[in-house]
Ligand binder design. Structure first.
Ligand code: AMP
Ligand code: MG
Length: 338
């Protein structure tokens, strides 16, 4: 069932709370991307998220809370994390915090770590958590490794009737996942760039931000595991486009070859990086739907939301473990199973 949140928010929340209480996994819009939500304190419900997403069990989930009181029940806020929380929550920031030893989340949720990743989301999903009264584990609403969902229709296409309840909140505002940060002894570590620009974090934290892992990935793209991957192959930093390729560009500059290429998508005619990020996943899916074989993407600057966009694009372009034929068959199997 799909419920339009704007048409009847009360019904959306009541239905969602009922489903969550029964241990179900449901699809919920957040300001970043759509999430597959379940009660983070219910190990069986969380196990179902891993099954539905086919997510490796060693990959811990982010717990979404409605307020700091709920956060404190499960985690310990150090002074720097608290400063970031005061400034950026509710919003697209996840903090990895030490778990509160007196109230542990199931190890299914945290992958057995002594830390827990927490976010306070903005808007409807926050209202839902407040009504539910417990944190929701909510990874992106896609099969592991594939492009995340930014519209209710994406969730429906990915999971079909296997998803009992999809709350349709319209296209998500930010369109990429949260920025994940962790306070270390000598600074802040960026674990994943996302919807909160790192330049803003830097100003508020007043601490150096360790982006070593990201830089490592840039230097060794071959080591990246494939993720956020459309069916089509992805070619980065394209300065021209071939006749069989689909072009992803932004701004108003023309790219050599675009008049004769298979198709052109402009992610933001104004060249705005926030708009580009918001359109990224839906455009990758649209390119797939139109049968793109290779998607050529123009260079995107590593600033503001461009850092998150480049992170996702590098993973989308990373070598796939399956050949194109195998990938095609896997998709066909998936559709038949639904
Ligand atoms: P998502 O796939 O959007 O739900 O994001 C989950 C990601 O958060 C994981 O893949 C990890 O990278 C990160 N994460 C969650 N919990 C932890 C943790 N305790 N320590 C470090 N990273 C974490
Ligand atoms: Mg994801």
């Amino acid at each position: 069932m799909i419920i339009d949140v704007a048409a009847d928010p009360g019904r959306a929340i009541a239905s969602a709370v009922r489903a969550l209480r029964s241990g179900a996994v449901i699809a919920v819009p957040t300001e970043t991307v759509y999430g597959l939500a379940a009660d983070a304190t219910d190990a069986d419900a969380v196990s179902r998220i891993f099954e539905i997403k086919r997510r490796p069990s060693f990959n811990p989930l982010i717990c979404h809370c409605s307020d700091l009181e709920m956060v404190r029940k499960y985690a310990i806020l150090d002074p720097i994390s608290l400063r970031l929380a005061d400034r950026f929550w509710p919003g697209p920031m996840t903090l990895v915090l030490n778990a509160n030893p007196t109230c542990r989340l199931p190890s299914k949720t945290t992958a057995g770590l002594a830390t827990v990743a927490i976010r306070i989301p903005l808007g409807f999903s926050n209202d839902l958590i407040k009504s539910y009264g417990k944190p929701l584990a909510a990874p992106s609403a896609n099969i592991s490794g594939r492009v995340s969902a930014t519209k209710a229709a994406h969730v429906k296409n990915e999971f079909g009737d296997a998803m009992p309840l999809i709350l349709d909140g319209g296209p998500t505002k930010i369109g990429v996942e949260s920025t994940i940060l962790m306070v270390r002894e000598n600074g802040l570590e960026l674990l994943r760039p996302g919807g909160l620009p790192i330049e803003l974090v830097e100003r508020v934290a007043g601490l150096p931000i360790d982006m070593r892992d990201l830089v490592g990935e840039v230097l060794a793209p071959g080591m990246l595991t494939s993720h956020y991957a459309p069916r089509a192959f992805v070619r980065l930093n394209a300065t021209r486009v071939g006749p069989d390729e689909t072009l992803l560009k932004y701004g108003d500059l023309s790219v050599p070859g675009e008049d004769t290429c298979a198709r052109v998508f402009n992610l933001s005619a104004d060249g705005d990086l926030e708009e580009l990020a918001a359109n990224l996943y839906a455009t990758l899916k649209a390119a797939d739907d139109r049968g793109a074989s290779t998607i050529a993407v123009v260079p995107v600057p590593d600033e503001g939301l461009g850092l998150a966009v480049n992170d996702r694009l590098r993973r989308a372009a990373a070598p796939r473990s399956l050949t194109p034929k195998e990938l095609e068959l896997a998709y066909a199997d998936q559709r038949n199973a639904l």
